[in-house]
Design a protein around this ligand. Structure first.
Ligand SMILES: NC(=O)c1ccc[n+]([C@@H]2O[C@H](COP(=O)([O-])OP(=O)(O)OC[C@H]3O[C@@H](n4cnc5c(N)ncnc54)[C@H](OP(=O)(O)O)[C@@H]3O)[C@@H](O)[C@H]2O)c1
Length: 278
């Protein structure tokens, strides 16, 4: 197995500004890896953060405790399995009732179950599609209702470069991640249409509702821990910038898309992959 240097994930930055002050963000899979970096990045500009997780209670409580120490503000943690529609709706409801509103939804949680097509079992296919694609749909559906009523919101979906390129052994993962492109673009259109119908689309100081997707390349998190060293060498050789990405390099783009001032960007796919898919 290859050793991924996770020390570079230690990107704790304290509060640096107020651009997201008063905003409430829910980041699924927000207690580890890329999601934890996204939470820190949003909090660094004053957002109140809620982080989702599914089974790793230890990581979730450690994240919550260290977060509170660093930012002198609390993060709420929400347990739920995105493969279960009821859990998706419940966690969105929990965040809204805990914090009074939801401004930013980051659909970051995702899983892999790698097998070549001929070896893939029914459950390998359905489990990955359920969590990575259907879960995002049910979360967006619940969040959009709330955002449309309020006339503002930001949804950022975390897809993958694999959704753009495909990859041997990842038919389920690639299909789930490219499915997010169609979902993102449709949601972006429907969100704008809902606001147009309620007369909120062109409000002078309105920030609207935008929906975008970020596609990370290979990022140094535990998700890559199962990749054999020889395979990792081959992957690195294909990346023009010659290294894995850092979680904070994804968080930076999510943060940018979540900002009020990014109100003219919707339905887009943002690659952050060291040039892998040029
Ligand atoms: N790392 C990469 O190279 C890479 C590249 C491209 C795209 N991505 C995408 O980026 C996102 C984050 O990846 P990562 O590497 O940070 O992942 P990670 O380190 O494996 O963390 C995954 C997070 O998602 C949560 N999660 C897993 N299954 C879930 C479920 N069924 N319901 C709710 N939450 C669940 C986990 O909760 P627990 O802690 O409770 O397990 C954890 O917080 C994923 O969507 C992934 O596909 C990653």
């Amino acid at each position: 197995m290859s050793e991924i240097d996770l020390t570079q994930n230690d990107n704790t930055s304290t509060r640096v500004g107020n651009k997201l002050k008063g905003r409430v963000a829910f980041v699924t899979g927000g207690t580890r890896g890329i999601g934890a970096s996204i939470c820190r990045s949003l909090a660094s500009q004053g957002a109140t953060v809620a982080a989702g997780f599914t089974g790793n209670e230890k990581a979730a409580t450690e994240f919550r405790d260290s977060f509170t120490e660093t930012y002198a503000t609390s993060v709420s943690i929400h347990k739920g399995n995105l493969g279960v529609p009821e859990d998706c709706r419940r966690t969105i409801d929990e965040v809204i009732s805990n914090h009074g509103r939801l401004d930013i939804l980051v659909n970051n949680a995702g899983i892999t179950c790698d097998k070549t097509v001929l070896k893939m079992m029914d459950d390998d296919w359905f489990n990955v599609l359920n969590v990575n694609l259907s879960g995002v749909f049910f979360l967006c559906q619940a969040a959009l209702r709330h955002m449309a009523e309020r006339g503002s919101g930001r949804i950022v979906n975390v897809s993958s470069v694999i959704g753009e390129m495909g990859n041997i052994g990842q038919a389920n993962y690639a299909a789930s991640k490219s499915g997010l492109f169609g979902l993102t673009k449709t949601l972006a259109r429907e969100a704008a249409s809902l606001l147009a119908r309620s007369g909120k689309l062109t409000e002078p100081n309105g920030i609207g509702i935008t929906v975008n997707t970020v596609t990370p390349g290979f990022i140094a998190t535990e998700m890559l821990g199962h990749i054999p060293e020889k395979v990792m060498e081959k992957i690195l050789a294909q990346i023009p910038l010659g290294r894995l990405g850092k979680p904070e390099e994804i968080a930076r783009v999510v943060h940018f898309l979540a900002a009020d001032t990014s109100s003219y960007i919707t339905g887009q796919v943002w690659g952050v992959n060291g040039g892998l898919d040029m």
